[in-house]
Design a protein around this ligand. Sequence first.
Ligand code: ZN
Length: 340
Amino acid sequence: MLPNDGLDMLDDFRVEDVLQRFVRGHVLRVLFYFRHGVLPMRDAITLPELIKEFGDDESCRRYIEALRWRKGVICPRCDKPATAVANRSTYDCDACHYQFSATSGTIFHDTHLPLTKWFLATYLLCESKKGMSACQIQRTLGISYKTAWYLCHRIRAAMLEVAPEKLSGTVEIDETYVGGKKRRWRPKSEKQVVIGIRQRNGDLRLIRAEDARAITVRDIMNMHLGSHVEVIMTDESAIYPYALDKMQKSLHRTINHTKEYAHGDVHTNTVESAFSLLKRGIVGTWHKVSAKHLPAYLDEMCFRFNNRKNQFLFRDTLIKLILSPNLEYKDLTAKVQDAA
Ligand SMILES: [Zn+2]
């Protein structure tokens, strides 16, 4: 819908831009509606729009159906077309007569949680810049803490990039320590080491490392740096001369942080700003993160950061949820017990 409120405050260019997008978007929406019987997700959706469009389970189910089967409903057992059963939200396979629903075989199926709450939680985790804690989801959606915690973990698991692209161009690398309270008698090793690699004007990788030794950093770098890296920026930490191979050393530029933050374009400011966002997330949102679950939080942060310009982030995360295997509650809690 065209936002009327405050429209007259926009300048001419802005009005023209909005109108063009509206007309173009409206034509595409009508075409999509006739093809799939459901409205497509437009540009960045707002919370009121989400509630209006997906306020009941039927509209959520139809959207899942549209995302799952672009060219008509297909039987998940034999890949043959299926027909909707009248007055029921199920389909009957034309070939093997298996009956299934839009959520069958997906993460949404064996859940007592309404689809509307799945959609809202996914939206909130996508849209909040620093993430959202299970406590906050619990209060916002009016569900139990256990349900909220499990829900957040499953959405977070779906956000995981299975095979992220290798980074190239100018990359900044730095390490930081998170978690653990500042107590004099606690050894530094109680804190978790996080290695950050940021491609300038590109993606971010945050990786939990066992330690900050050169050999560990070298393995992480080799896993994430592609062959088209042109410059490697770090501070003057003693790790890097040992972590870099001969070829990487020729691309290495360092900044002495005891003297200055930047020397021309030699700096590690963009990876450090990602670290501060991470720390604000841990302190302000998640409050504490167990060592076992830290990689999942890091992946969630990177996913949101790397998709910061993606207007279809909510839709894309839903697609990832539809495709993702279920993460069993007992597996998640077993991991916690293992870590304790
Ligand atoms: Zn079938």
